[in-house]
Design a protein around this ligand. Sequence first.
Ligand code: DAH
Length: 342
Amino acid sequence: MKERLECVLKEAMEEIQAASDLQSLEKIRVKYLGKKGPMVEILKSLGKLPPEEKKELGKLANIAKNNIDSNLEAKKHTIEEQVFLERMQKEKVDVTEPGKKIEIGGLHPITMVIEEVLDIFKAMGYEVKEGPLADTTFNAFDGLNSPVTHPSRDITDTFYLNDSLDKCLRPHTSTVQIRTLKESKPPFKMVSPGRCFRCDTPDATHSPMFHQIEGMIVDEGITMTDLKGTLDRMAKALFGEETRTKFRPHHFPFTEPSAEMDVSCFKCGGKGCSLCKGSGWIEILGCGMIHPNVLAVGNIDTERYTGFAFGMGVERIAMLKYGIEDIRNFYENDMRFLRQFK
Ligand code: DAH
């Protein structure tokens, strides 16, 4: 019995010594100390021995069991430490190694122009408003004094959303003028940027989706002088303080009188170049004094209040400002194009 004990102990120690991972160590524990293992078997068989022998062997068996136990435990620690060291080795970080360069995104040129223009108007106390892209035909045309026969109302020009043609994708941001007039009491001044839609076939200067910025002020005593002063200030802030402006009579259903504003060419300074097609001037927006019929939609007392409004194409301004020749560049997300603006 004693020999058997020594033999089991020796075998167990050898196996523990040879174990290289925690799973095999566990198997060894079950094999030697488990219910069906030799140690239990030996302890059980002690009962049959005479008391003296039983006492001595019992002691030895306990020592052997404790021995196996503590060796298992010690080996477990060794293996765990080894695993930890190996992991540390593998996961080693060289903090002196140069980092991976993370490319930081930039603003889209359309966003840059919108933000620049909004900042100019915010500084003059204008509120920024946004309207929905799908709106009523009333807000897009009728409310804006646009005659029923106006060509821009054709189904070949405007994207209508239903058969009754009373809902459409807004063809301009002027819809927000009607929304503001209905919601607010004068005095107010607002600018409204956003997407617009027209049935245009894409080419270098047309896109069925594009951006505009609308502006409007209504107060007592607003005159054409305020319009000219405000838009001249914007042009100088946007294109440089040396910029001059010129207002040419025009026609819009929603303003009377109406005008288009030209700015002196910021490339040649007005001498004439390829950008301004030799004229020295570049057209950048439409504007005018708000037509009384439009003010009336918001139940505004047209004897007391007047206002001016303007609308400009963001793509056009971005193209002029950054020398972009094809409008389609804005929508293609070509990184080679977008990187130029970072
Ligand atoms: N809505 C016009 C367009 O899309 C631009 C415009 C012109 C807006 C004159 C205005 C304005 O507010 O007064 O071409």
